[in-house]
Every structure is written in C-alpha cells, then in structure tokens.
Write a protein that binds this ligand. Structure first.
Ligand code: NDP
Ligand code: 8X3
Length: 257
C-alpha cells in the first residue's frame, strides 16, 4: 500500500510495540513521520532504522503526553515543514496492575487515566485545530476490546479505554460536517511491552498473558491502522475490533495446555 502524495503521520508511543510497528508500516508506505515518546534513544533508533530501510524522514519528539503544557508547547512549535499533519495515531497508553478496585493502587489509576485519557486529549487538542483549518486529516485512536467489554480487575484500565471509545464517537459526530475522519482500532491480546509494564517489570508474570496461545503481533494491529488511513477520502472506517483467533472476548481465551 503506497501513500501518495507523501503524508505526514504523527504517532504517539512510537518507541515500542504497536506504535513502533505503525511507524514501520507508514514509512514503508512512503510517509514521513513524527515519532513521539518519552524514551528518546528508542525513537531515535526507530528513526534511524526507517531512514536506512525506507529512506523515510522522521522528526523525533521526546514528550510525556501527561504533561499538558509541554504537549501544547512542543506540538505548537513544530518546524514549519512538519506542521501539516495528515494522520494522527493516538497510541501512547498503558495498563498498570490487575487488582480488585478496593485493593488497587491509586498511583496506578492516576497513571492510566493521565496517559490513556488525558494524554490523548492533550495531543488531540493540539493537532486537531490545524486539521480542521486545512480541511484534511485522519485521527486513529488505539482503543482496546477492554473499551468494549469490562473484565474483573480490569476496572480502571477498562474505564480508560471506554473513555477512549466515547471520545472517538463524540469526535466523529462533531467533525461530521468536515472532511476529517475519526477511527478506532480496538485490539485484544497483542504481545508487546504492555504486560511487562502492567506488572511493573515482572516478566515471568507478563509472559503468562500469552502462554499457550498465539497473540496478535504489533504488525497485525499496524496493518489495520494503515488500512484505515489509506481508504479513499469518502470512506471512514469507524471501528476495527480485532483479536487472536483463540480469543473470543476479554475473558475467553483458548489455551492449548
Ligand atoms: P507498549 O508498552 O509496547 O507501548 C506503549 C507505548 O506508549 C510506548 O511507546 C511508550 O513509550 C508509550 N507511552 C506510554 N506512556 C507514555 C507517556 N506518558 N507519554 C508518551 N508516550 C507514552 O504497549 P502496546 O504497544 O501494546 O500499547 C500501545 C497501545 O495499545 C496502548 O494504548 C494500549 O492500551 C493499546 N492496546 C494494547 C493491547 C495489548 O494487548 N498489547 C491490546 C489493546 C490495546 P515510552 O515509554 O518511551 O514513553
Ligand atoms: C489490552 C487488552 O485484554 O489485556 O487492552 O485488557 S487486555
């Protein structure tokens, strides 16, 4: 799938997992990239690799999406030639803990809400006015099946992804009289750093999430994101829900042992 003319794509959380795969897919398709994450070394190495592989141009931005003023400042002072963003992939997000609500860590809750909900809002608020003014743009939010269906101990993570779903739907309504498109890609289990982050670096526990089953890969999700972005302008893919073949819901996963 080639993108012509050359599109500018901003991806949050481009330093690993789904965001990094999206960067690969868009670079391969001929786009130029704005790579956003906190780990500058990682996004720099993504940018270098994409330059070598696809001659892709990238702008790297070290940014914590939870920092409201920093988001506004860094995204409003992009170099002139990077200001016309065509595609925004709101991917930065995380889960922390898997606890009953009455035993949960309030710090974990704050981190999830600040990143998954408020961070997505801050970035969107900075980028959308330009898209509306130019009459061109596609916003692709990475939600989750956890934003469609709650599961026990998922409480605050699920709530944050339900919020992403509500914001996506509301935004689509508000932009219906513009050429902008608003999409969400909602995956089930994808093997990334996600579970390691959820369990605060307990890799043994993280591995259990993908044991005896074949999870989605970040590339599987990035394929869906690229597909949303490359439809003809009159086609708005509102929502793609995707999960491994051996997963039927947040709570039903078939494992072979
Ligand atoms: P990863 O942990 O591999 O990637 C998360 C990305 O988000 C990293 O690049 C990280 O970069 C970035 N990020 C986290 N916090 C911040 C922050 N405060 N500011 C800027 N960037 C941040 O996980 P995934 O690739 O799996 O997660 C990507 C998205 O997919 C998330 O929204 C997640 O909820 C969603 N998702 C994941 C599923 C899964 O099973 N893996 C399933 C469904 C949805 P850095 O640390 O460098 O800042
Ligand atoms: C991540 C998928 O099921 O671990 O959004 O919550 S799940």
């Amino acid at each position: 799938m080639k993108m012509s003319p050359k599109y500018t794509v901003l991806i949050t959380g481009a330093s690993s997992g789904i965001g990094m795969s999206c960067a690969n897919k868009f670079a391969e398709a001929g786009a130029r990239l704005i790579l956003v994450a906190r780990r500058l070394d990682k996004i720099k190495s993504v940018a270098n690799r994409l330059k070598e592989l696809f001659q892709a141009e990238s702008l790297v931005i070290e940014l914590d999406v939870r920092r409201r003023e920093e988001v506004a400042k860094k995204l409003s002072t992009l170099p002139q030639e990077w200001q016309a963003i065509d595609i925004l992939v709101n991917n930065a997000g995380l889960s922390r803990g898997l606890d009953k609500l009455h035993e949960g860590s309030i710090d974990d809750w704050e981190e999830m809400i600040d990143t998954n909900v408020k961070g997505l809002l801050y970035v969107s608020r900075a980028i959308l006015p330009g898209m509306v003014a130019r009459g061109k743009g596609t916003i692709i939010n990475i939600g989750s099946i956890a934003g469609q269906e709650v599961y026990p101990r998922g409480n605050v993570y699920c709530a944050s992804k339900f919020a992403v779903d509500a914001l996506t739907r509301g935004l689509r309504m508000e932009l219906v009289d513009t050429p902008l498109r608003v999409c969400t890609v909602d995956p089930g289990l994808v093997e990334t750093e996600f579970s390691n982050v959820r369990f605060h670096g307990d890799t043994q526990r993280a591995k259990q999430a993908y044991l005896h089953m074949t999870p989605l890969t970040p590339d599987d999700v990035a394929d869906a994101v690229l597909y949303c972005a490359t439809r003809p302008p009159h086609v708005q893919l509102a929502q793609i829900v995707m999960m491994p073949t051996s997963q039927a819901s947040t709570m039903l996963v078939h494992r072979t042992e």
